[in-house]
Design a protein around this ligand. Sequence first.
Ligand SMILES: [Zn+2]
Length: 180
Amino acid sequence: MLFIVYNCCLHCNRYAPQNIAKNLQENENKMNRNKKPLYRKVNTKAKGVHHHFGGDYSTNRHSKNNVVGMSKGKRRGLDYTPLFKFLLSKVGQPWDKVHSEAVSRLDREEPIYYIVSLDKSSAKDVVLVGESSYFSGLFVDEQGILQLTAPHIGPGDLEPSCACCTHSLNGKVFTKKYRG
Ligand SMILES: [Zn+2]
C-alpha cells in the first residue's frame, strides 16, 4: 500500500509521503503490540493419547521413547492453529507484510513454513497438522503474493483416515464419512 500525497504547501510537510509512511509504521507497531500471539499453549497431558497409528501405538505406548503426539504443529506444547488461520486470512496479500506481522507474533518462524512454501514447485495442496487437522497449503507467487495452492479443495473433498477423530480442513469438519 503506497500513497503518493504531495505537501499541502511549501511550509507544511504534514502530508509528505515520508510522514505518512512513518505514521503507518507507528500505527502498525502499536497494533502489533496489542495483537495476540499466533499460538497457544496446549494441555500436554491430552496430546495425542486417544489416537493410535496402526498397531504401533499399542506396542510402544509404555516405552519411554513414545513420541506419539509430538507431531508437527504441536511441538513444545504449543498449538499454531491461530497462525494457520491468520495465514489463510491473508491470501491475496503481499507476503513481505504478512510474513513480518506473523514473525512479530510468534515465538519462532519455523511453523509458518508448515503450510507456506516460498515457491510453487514445493507447495502442498493440503497439510496435516497434528492428528486430524488439515490446512490448505499456501505458496508465494512470482509477484510476492500469498496464494492457495489448491483453491478447489474444500472440506467436502477429503476423506477421514479413521473413525475416531474429527477431521477438519481449515477448521471446517469433513462432510465425507470414514469408509473403513
Ligand atoms: Zn482417529
